[in-house]
Design a protein around this ligand. Structure first.
Ligand SMILES: C[S@@+](CC[C@H](N)C(=O)[O-])C[C@H]1O[C@@H](n2cnc3c(N)ncnc32)[C@H](O)[C@@H]1O
Length: 457
C-alpha cells in the first residue's frame, strides 16, 4: 500500500550541514507501482475501450475516470539517446467533473494513473478556487509587446504583497515528458488530442486559444505553455508537463516577481508573489536558467523554449548586464568554496554574509533563506545570541514567502528565533570558534559579518 506522507522529518540538528545536504534529497517514500495487465492500444484498435488500472492491488475498469482510457504503445529513445529502446504504453485519463466541473486530463503511463488515488480527487482545491487571482480582480491578461500577451497586476487594486497568492488552480492537463520524446508522432498526437477533447467545452476553448510556437497542435500548446513538475508517486519520479491556463499567460523574467509551488497530493498549483508587485506591473516567473550568465541564459532559453528573451534584465544596458554577470560569477565562486567538512564550520561566518549579500543584490531571492538559516545555526552554535536571532529572523521571514507561512521551514527556524538559548544548536560548537578562521591570504574572515548591522526584528 502506498504511503502518502507530506510530513517532514522533525528534530534538531547541529543542523548546519544537515540542511545543506538533506535539503536536496527528496523525502523518502514507499512507492506502490501498479501495472495494468490489459493494455489496449488505442491507435491499433481504437474500438477497444477498457484499459484497467490497478488500484491498491485490485483492478477496476475506470476509477476515477469518467471516460475509458485510450492508450497507445510507443517506442522510447534508449537511455544513451543513440537509438530506440523499450516500448511503453501511455493512455489518456480524464475526469470531466473534477474540481467543480473544471475537468482534468492526464496523458501518462498506467503506473502514474494508478498512483492517483480517490483521496487526491477528494482533496481538490475546489473550495479555494474563486478566491484568488482573476476572480478577485487582482490581475488581467494584456498585451506585453514582443512577448505577446502577459499577466499584469490590475491598476485599480493595491499592491500584491510578497508571499500573497496570485493564482491557485488545478492543472487541466498533465502530459508525461517521456511521451513527447518518442518518434511516434501520430500516436502521440492521437492521445494528446483525445485528452483535450474529453475536457469540458469551456476549458477546451481556453486551452486551444493559448499561445503556440510551431503549428498550433495540442502538442505545441503543451510544450509552449506546460510547466514541468515531478511526479513522486511512482518509481523514477517521472516528469510531467502540466498546463494551467491562467498561469500559462505568465511571461518569463530572469529576475521574476513570482514563484510557484505544486502540491502533488492535492494537485493544486499556486503562483505566489516573491516580492511586492506594484499595481500595473507585469507578473513574471522564471522558466529556468536564471543563474547562468546573460549570454548563456539567452542561448538556453532559445534552445529550450524557442524565444529570444526580452525580459527587463536581458534587455538592460550593458553596464547593468555586466555587473549582473560579475555577481553571478562571484556567487558561483563563493558557493564552490563553502565548507563541506563540519570542522570548517567557522568559515561560514565569513563566506555566507557575502554570498547572501550578492544573492540579494542580484535578486536571486529564493535562495536566501537556506543560507540565512545556516548562518543562524552557526552563530547559535558559537553562543552569539543576537546574531543567531538576527539571521533566524531574516530566514523565517524569507521562508514564509518562499515556502509559505505555514511551512515547516518557517516553523523550524522560528524555533531558533523564539528561543536561541533553548535551541539544540546553542553553544554546541566545541572549542574556540575563532581558531583557524582567519586564513592567511584569503578573504575568509568573520570581519565582514561583524560589519553587518544587527537590527531588532
Ligand atoms: C507560456 S507563454 C507566455 C504567455 C504568452 N506571451 C501569451 O501570449 O500567451 C510562453 C511564450 O511567451 C513568449 N515569452 C515569454 N516570456 C518571454 C520573454 N521573456 N521574452 C520573449 N518572449 C517571451 C514566448 O513566445 C513564449 O513562447
Amino acid at each position: 500500500m502506498m504511503v502518502r506522507n507530506n510530513g517532514r522529518p522533525q528534530g534538531h540538528l547541529l543542523a548546519i550541514f544537515a540542511i545543506f545536504f538533506v535539503a536536496s534529497i527528496a523525502t523518502a517514500e514507499i512507492f506502490y507501482t501498479a501495472f495494468s495487465p490489459v493494455i489496449q492500444d488505442g491507435f491499433v484498435n481504437t474500438a477497444a475501450k477498457i484499459c484497467p488500472v490497478a488500484q491498491d492491488g485490485y483492478t477496476s475498469n475506470n476509477f476515477p475516470w469518467t471516460h475509458d482510457p485510450t492508450c497507445v504503445n510507443v517506442v522510447l529513445p534508449n537511455e544513451e539517446g543513440t537509438g530506440l529502446g523499450i516500448h511503453q504504453t501511455f493512455c489518456t485519463y480524464t475526469n470531466v467533473n473534477y474540481n467543480n466541473g473544471r475537468g482534468i486530463s492526464f496523458v501518462v503511463s498506467p503506473e502514474v494513473a494508478a498512483s492517483i488515488t480517490s483521496e487526491t480527487f477528494g482533496m481538490s482545491v475546489g473550495g479555494l478556487e474563486g478566491q484568488v487571482g482573476e476572480e478577485m480582480g487582482m490581475w488581467e491578461v494584456k498585451e506585453a509587446g514582443w512577448k505577446g500577451r502577459g499577466l499584469f497586476a490590475k491598476k485599480d487594486v493595491g499592491a500584491i504583497f510578497s508571499g500573497e497568492s496570485v493564482i491557485l488552480k488545478t492543472p487541466v492537463l498533465f502530459v508525461a515528458k517521456e511521451l513527447l520524446a518518442t518518434p511516434s508522432t501520430s500516436r502521440r498526437q492521437f492521445v494528446l488530442k483525445k485528452a483535450v477533447e474529453q475536457l469540458p467545452r469551456k476549458i477546451q476553448d481556453i486551452l486551444m486559444k493559448l499561445d503556440v510556437s510551431v503549428d498550433g497542435t495540442v502538442e505545441d500548446i503543451v510544450t509552449t505553455n506546460g510547466i514541468t513538475v515531478k511526479w513522486p508517486w511512482v518509481d523514477e519520479n517521472p516528469e510531467l508537463l502540466t498546463v494551467i491556463p491562467e498561469a500559462a499567460r505568465i511571461n518569463h523574467a530572469c529576475r521574476p516577481n513570482t514563484l510557484w509551488r505544486f502540491d502533488d497530493y492535492t494537485l493544486s498549483f499556486e503562483v505566489f508573489a516573491l516580492k511586492d508587485i506594484k499595481p500595473g506591473e507585469e507578473i513574471t516567473r522564471s522558466y529556468g536558467f536564471e543563474k547562468r550568465s546573460s549570454h548563456r541564459r539567452v542561448k538556453s532559453l532559445e534552445a529550450n523554449f524557442g524565444f529570444t528573451c526580452q525580459c527587463a534584465l536581458c534587455t538592460a544596458p550593458e553596464p547593468i548586464l555586466s555587473a549582473s554577470n560579475d555577481r553571478l560569477s562571484e556567487i558561483k565562486a563563493l558557493k564552490s568554496v563553502l565548507p563541506t567538512d563540519q570542522k570548517d564550520t567557522p568559515q561560514l561566518l565569513g563566506l555566507l554574509p557575502n554570498l547572501i549579500q550578492q544573492l540579494e543584490e542580484e535578486g536571486l531571492l529564493a535562495e536566501l533563506p537556506m543560507y540565512e538559516e545556516i548562518l543562524a545555526y552557526t552563530w547559535s552554535s558559537f553562543g552569539i545570541e543576537d546574531r543567531a536571532r538576527y539571521w533566524a529572523g531574516r530566514a523565517r521571514r524569507h521562508w514564509a514567502v518562499v515556502a509559505g507561512r505555514e511551512s515547516w521551514d518557517q516553523r523550524r527556524v522560528g524555533d531558533l528565533f523564539d528561543d536561541v538559548r533553548g535551541h539544540s544548536t546553542w553553544m554546541s560548537w566545541e572549542g574556540d570558534p575563532w581558531e583557524g578562521i582567519w586564513k592567511e591570504g584569503t578573504e575568509i574572515s568573520p570581519l565582514k559579518e561583524l560589519a553587518f548591522p544587527v537590527h531588532r526584528i
